[in-house]
Design a protein around this ligand. Structure first.
Ligand code: NAD
Ligand code: DAU
Length: 337
């Protein structure tokens, strides 16, 4: 019998990369993808995959009867990527973040417990830890949760529900906390794909505030590899940080993108800061290194070049997104900023 894995949010950025990764690595794995196809979900992200080992179900992870039917069907593992994932959007419509990120996770978790699914992996984020000062040590898995946005608060709430489920019912899941991902198929609302695509089109790159906020960048393939390792060998009940060990201030990242593309720095436009903008994220990844022997393979300049090549080679993919519904969001969010 092939191993059946339920991936939620598999039409988004990381989820689709993860499905591609699984189908490529393992000939005996069957993937079921449950995705609501929100603005961020895109069937084109999975074009060309092996359909014989793949089932797509359009639906909401907060829909308890649907989730029950899907999980009942002998699922070996649930990897929950489904989320509202953009911090800026959580300023405008917090309800969908509460519904998907909190309620949706709870519904999935309940079903996993009911059918005693062997492995439930919650894809959380480093943002649940809050913000670091320039000289602070990177966050460890034991750092307290101190979220700053509705997005990160909703992700932190989901992490808490998972811990509560373990304490109340003894059902142990695994939580991963990844840093900022970049790579193919990332929706162009996020810094890297937005700046690459704007630069290609000679449009301004809107840098928030002073541009000195620091993020730890991880290439999506590295993230997928780590999640898969955790799926197989991670200890139930544990939390694992997954970082790229590639801290970069936003302005340096912006200049790197312009430099690789051969575009002028005059495209940089400083704009009004994001409210509640976290200053710095950084992760201590000793635990996953020591327990599972994982290390990221890509560092920023190499991973960024690979990503830029993908966006140059797949203009149709992002131009279609940027000319559609997304334009309205872009105008609302950036005009007069
Ligand atoms: P994304 O926004 O690109 O994709 C989210 C996917 O979830 C979309 O396909 C969307 O249709 C689907 N979805 C949304 N609501 C749903 C619902 N109610 N039911 C079913 N499907 C639903 O997100 P991403 O960047 O790929 O992030 C995936 C996960 O990884 C998220 O949980 C996010 O919090 C986490 N994460 C992201 C990053 C990052 O840098 N992008 C870093 C660390 C962790
Ligand atoms: O750290 C992990 C998180 O990384 C994930 O949990 C989130 O899902 C993901 O969206 C990402 O959150 P960020 O807020 O860090 O990513 P974003 O790409 O939106 O922004 C990265 C940095 O760039 C941040 O400091 C804000 C800044 N920025 C972003 C945009 C979109 C700008 O300066 N200008 C912009 O137009």
């Amino acid at each position: 019998m092939p191993t059946k894995i339920l991936v939620t949010g598999g039409c988004g950025f990381i989820g689709s990369n993860f499905i591609r990764y699984l189908l490529k690595q393992y000939p005996d794995i069957q993937v079921v993808n449950l995705d609501l196809l929100t603005y961020a979900g895109n069937l084109a992200n999975l074009q060309g995959i092996d359909q014989s080992r793949y089932t797509f179900i359009k639906g909401d992870i907060a829909d308890a009867s649907l989730v029950d039917r899907v999980v009942k069907d002998q699922v070996e593992a649930i990897i929950n990527f489904a989320a509202e994932s953009h911090v800026d959007r959580s300023l405008y419509h917090p309800e969908s973040f509460i519904n998907t990120n909190i309620l949706g996770t709870q519904v999935l978790l309940e079903a996993a417990r009911r059918y005693q699914v062997p492995r439930f992996i919650q894809i959380s984020t480093d943002e649940v830890y809050g913000s670091l000062g320039a000289d602070d040590d990177p966050f460890t898995e034991k750092s307290p949760l101190d979220p700053s946005s509705t997005y990160s608060a909703s992700k932190a709430a989901a992490d808490m529900l998972i811990k509560a489920c373990e304490k109340s019912f003894g059902y142990k899941a695994i939580i991963t906390r990844g840093s900022n991902n970049y790579g193919p198929y990332q929706f162009p609302e996020k810094l890297i794909p937005l700046f690459i695509s704007n630069a290609i089109e000679n449009k301004p790159l809107p840098v928030y505030g002073d541009g000195l906020q620091v993020r730890d960048w991880i290439f999506v393939e590295d993230h997928c590899e780590a999640i898969d390792l955790i799926r197989q060998k991670g200890k139930l009940g544990e939390v694992y940080n997954i970082g790229g060990v590639s801290e970069y201030p936003n302005i340096e990242m912006t200049k790197t993108i312009l430099n690789v593309l051969g575009k002028p720095e005059s495209l940089i436009k400083y704009v009004k800061d994001r409210p509640g903008h976290d200053r710095r994220y950084a992760l201590n990844i000793s635990k996953i290194k020591k327990e599972l022997g994982w290390n990221p393979k890509y560092q920023v300049p190499a991973g960024i070049k690979k990503t830029i090549d993908w966006y140059l080679g797949n203009k149709d993919w992002w131009q279609k997104i940027k000319s559609g519904e997304y334009r309205k969001y872009y105008e609302k969010h950036y005009q007069g900023r």
